[in-house]
Design a protein around this ligand. Structure first.
Ligand SMILES: Nc1ncnc2c1ncn2[C@@H]1O[C@H](COP(=O)(O)OP(=O)(O)OP(=O)(O)O)[C@@H](O)[C@H]1O
Ligand SMILES: [Mg+2]
Length: 213
């Protein structure tokens, strides 16, 4: 392939991101079929962000490892807050070790104490930290920039939750070209795996995740 063609193919590449309540990962489909990107021992990344006292972020396994020790500055399950009002999220708050406060228009915000006082984050901003890390993992695995992604969401996500997911992508420097329901993505992946058999069949997808049942 000529260099220009190669660059065009690279910039058109769309990764798939499973942005889970507990774990997240980034994958591509290429000539070899679908594959998850990342090191062999780090393909699945805990969806956890720690905000350090200086305001910097620690993401993934390193953040999850100290979740019990630093619950008030370790944000897990931020997906439960995405695009939801503080009232709607009320039932989930008892399970979160960090402080959730009310933002403008009844939105749920995460409040973390820092050396300079406090920082208050929209769930989209914290989700963006996870997405940015996945983007970087994909870029280092592929060796070129990644700018477009399909992101999966639970089938029950409403418009506000889907929009919040798109916003998180944008904040992470990703154009979210499509939002796909998680069980639909599972069915599509099954179809890729059985491509060529040519038979029509009915499959049931059972969706069991950290936040979806
Ligand atoms: N089939 C299963 N049997 C037993 N435990 C499971 C199963 N599926 C998931 N779990 C447990 O639940 C945890 C979270 O699962 P998973 O990573 O699939 O959720 P998620 O994708 O982060 O959440 P969601 O899709 O609901 O947003 C896993 O680490 C595992 O401990
Ligand atoms: Mg899941």
């Amino acid at each position: 392939m000529a260099t220009n063609d190669l660059q065009a193919a690279q910039s058109d590449l769309i990764v798939g991101i499973d942005l889970g309540t507990t774990n997240s990962l980034v994958a591509i489909v290429d000539a070899h079929g679908p594959r998850v990107l990342g090191d062999d021992d780090a393909q699945v990344m805990p969806s956890v962000v720690r905000v350090e006292r200086d305001g910097s972020f620690v993401v993934g396994q390193a953040a999850a490892d100290r979740m019990v020790e630093l619950p008030e500055r370790t944000i897990n399950s931020v997906k439960r807050l995405m695009g939801r009002s503080i009232r709607d999220a009320q039932g989930d708050l008892a399970y979160l070790g960090y402080q959730v406060v009310e933002g403008e228009h009844d939105t749920a915000r995460v409040r973390i104490e820092t050396d300079d006082g406090e920082r208050v984050y929209a769930p989209q901003e914290l989700s963006a930290v996870i997405l940015r890390e996945l983007k970087q993992r994909a870029e280092s695995a592929l060796g070129h920039p990644v700018e477009k992604a399909v992101v999966t969401v639970p089938a029950y996500f409403d418009d506000a939750q889907r929009q919040a997911t798109r916003d998180a992508g944008r904040l992470a420097g990703l154009e979210v070209v499509r939002i796909v329901n998680e069980p639909t993505a599972a069915a599509l992946a099954y179809g890729i795996g059985t491509r060529g058999e040519g038979k029509s069949q009915t499959i049931a997808v059972y969706d069991l995740g950290g936040g979806t049942f």
